[in-house]
Design a protein around this ligand. Structure first.
Ligand code: ZN
Ligand code: ZN
Length: 637
């Protein structure tokens, strides 16, 4: 069967089922979905059994769009929307995507509009013939989200064309059905950083994550081993990104620089956070005058090729591979990746970074899957000694250290990754202030953390149940505490350091650069001050050296001269805030995971930790375990 035959067969199946009155004008691929353009879409929308019937026959998701000729003029359509949206919902902007025939309606309560007023949306479609797409009006402006939304609208025609191409590739007829599956480890094995796993069948090839290793200089150890003979960019069907941390997505734009034109699958929050972090990666590198593997153009290109998916949404990404994301509890939008390969021949779950425990910010990771034969699991805290304190203890410890610092008139620096721990710490501080565990002192927050927090506010449905209820139903927003002071760009950090006691939350989390490093240089000599690390410190970073007790650090000062700074401030490292599962949680996850996998492959950990965890799994759970090295290939089936 040729490709055209596939589409012809799909068209025939559709036309056979759809009543003539629906007046179908076009049927085409739209990424993993099939778009049906109709000159009378009401017929299809009023009786959804027709679409369900077709979807069952052709086994694809279907999206009904209106033929451009029948759409109401934009100004008229806008009037209809304004007159129909109920008064309890506050309407933001209205935008039109002509290519896809969509009217994008921004409201403050999208959930209520969709669940309670579903009929209103149907009415909008019936009256205007534009397909309503409801978007959340972010409670706080995010430059990143605004930029991405504009980019998607501006490049809508290009995206449509691209989705057609991607669709025909996904739905190409299969030639070889051997049922074989193998993975090649391109990065992030027996190490933390540059995660990249190539999954291949006889038909297709998919890349899971494409990260960089931060804290090491520009070298072969910084990036995934795309030079491996198994990797062929021409053959790559899809890239799947588990979450926005740079060790999982920092190298993605490079693929586009080298000619990749296929899709990138991730959740919507991951897409937004990924853009923020990649742009920052470029800016930091530019500031340091170091080489960057790609440019802004490639970041933009990667974004344009992104197909966002929700948790639980099953999607064809290659002729013989189906993808589903599950919550992994690690950061906003983070996902475990489930691949259903070859009509059920094999099922693979890649946990990526996950937290098998509740945090203030997120719900714990999923552990129930439809099927799992192979599990690829992280091992950041895989050693027997990696038992992290309980969350509650960690919070007490944080508050205690801050109190002591304030009482000796010092200041607290908390270096964080802008995404995840920063927001978790903000939630703890917000609670501590409101319960009067801490006196009210300012918490200074710099640009990146502000922007990442604004993105968190845009996706309340992805946050923990308690937080979501607070934000959506109780009108409370813990991120808006007035003690959180946003530091304007290019503010004099010396002024903050010379002022009264305060807390500073700044990036980067391992003192490899960013405002945290600048504050550290200013604060280090004063013994009244404290630095509190709340995240894992990778070997080779300044953070790791400070934690291990180094007292003198050579730095380049603001005048470009090198000098030695004395580290007199107190150094604390609180482990319990990690977004990773500790040893106990890793074992707990293995005990609970349903169904039981046959093979377990351990990644994302220092060598000794990965090896130890694999051995423990083998003994306790009687599974075959592997701890492959980068560049190794493991046959799964
Ligand atoms: Zn991560
Ligand atoms: Zn990671």
């Amino acid at each position: 069967m040729m490709l055209d035959d596939v589409l012809v067969a799909i068209r025939e199946a559709i036309l056979k089922t759809v009543p003539i009155s629906a007046r179908i004008t076009r049927i085409e691929f739209e990424g993993p979905e099939i778009a049906i353009y109709s000159a009378n879409p009401t017929v299809l929308l009023e009786d959804d059994s027709i679409i369900k019937k077709i979807a069952k026959v052709i086994k694809k998701r279907i999206i009904v769009r209106s033929d451009p000729k029948i759409r109401l003029p934009k100004d008229k359509a806008e009037e209809v929307v304004k007159s129909l949206i109920p008064s309890e919902i506050s309407l933001g902007g209205i935008a039109f995507d002509e290519e896809f025939g969509e009217i994008i309606i921004e409201v403050d309560k999208p959930g209520i509009l969709i669940s309670k007023f579903g009929d209103v949306l149907k009415q909008i479609m019936a009256m205007t013939k534009w397909r309503p797409k409801v978007a959340r009006k972010p409670p706080k402006r995010s430059i990143t989200i605004e930029w991405i939304n504009k980019l998607m609208l501006d490049e809508s025609a290009m995206r449509k064309k691209m989705l057609r191409t991607i669709g025909s590739r996904i739905h190409r007829p299969t030639i070889l059905k051997t049922g074989e599956v193998r993975i090649t480890c391109l990065g992030g094995f027996r190490e933390v950083g540059r995660s990249a796993i190539l999954v291949e069948t006889s038909e297709s090839s998919v890349l899971l994550d494409c990260g960089v290793k931060t804290g090491v200089s520009y070298s072969i150890n910084e990036f995934p081993r795309l030079d491996a003979s198994e990797f062929d960019i021409e053959r790559l069907d899809a890239v799947v990104i588990s979450h926005a941390h740079l060790d999982h997505c920092g190298f993605l734009p490079f693929l586009f620089k080298y000619g990749y034109e296929g899709p990138v699958y991730c959740t919507k929050p991951t897409r937004d956070l990924m853009a923020l972090l990649q742009i920052d990666y470029l800016e930091v590198a530019a500031k340091e005058g170091s080489l960057t593997p790609y440019s802004m153009r490639d970041v933009r290109e990667a974004l344009l090729h992104t197909i966002p998916l929700d948790y639980g949404e099953v999607t064809d990404i290659a002729p013989d591979i189906r993808l589903t994301f599950h919550n992994s509890g690690h950061i906003l939008g983070s996902a475990m990746v489930h691949l259903h390969i070859g009509e059920g021949a094999h099922n693979l779950v890649y946990t990526s970074d996950f937290k098998f425990g509740k945090t203030r910010l997120l719900e714990p990771a999923t552990y129930i899957f439809p099927r799992v034969e192979t599990l690829i699991i992280e091992s950041t805290y895989g050693a027997p000694s990696d038992i992290l304190p309980q969350r509650i203890e960690a919070e007490h410890q944080l508050i205690e250290i801050i109190s002591q610092t304030i009482s000796r008139n010092g200041k607290v620096l908390i270096p964080v990754l802008s995404v995840g721990r920063a927001q978790e710490i903000m939630l703890v501080l917000n609670e501590a202030f409101s319960m009067k565990y801490l006196p009210e002192i300012p918490v200074y927050i710099e640009g990146m953390v502000q922007e990442a927090t604004a993105i968190h506010m845009a996706y309340p449905e992805n946050l923990s149940r308690i937080l979501r209820d607070k934000m959506l139903h109780e009108g409370e927003n813990p991120f808006n505490n007035e003690l959180f002071k946003l530091v304007p760009p290019r503010a004099e950090r010396e002024e903050i350091i010379e002022g009264d006691p305060c807390i500073i939350i700044a990036t980067s989390g391992m003192l490899t650069g960013g405002p945290a490093l600048e504050y550290f240089k200013l604060m280090a000599p004063d013994a009244r001050n404290t630095v509190i690390f709340v995240a894992y410190q990778i070997a080779g970073t300044l953070g790791r050296r400070v934690v291990s007790g180094v007292k003198q650090i050579p730095i380049v000062n603001r005048y470009g001269k090198s000098e030695i700074i004395q580290v007199n401030l107190r150094v604390h490292s609180i482990q319990g805030f990690s977004g990773h599962s500790d040893r106990r949680q890793l074992l707990g996850f293995m005990k609970r995971i349903t169904p039981k996998p046959e093979k377990v492959i351990v990644c994302h950990g220092e060598e000794a930790k990965s090896v130890n965890l694999a051995e423990t799994f083998r003994q306790l759970f009687k599974v075959n375990t592997y701890v492959p090295r980068n560049l190794e290939t493991v046959r799964l089936k």
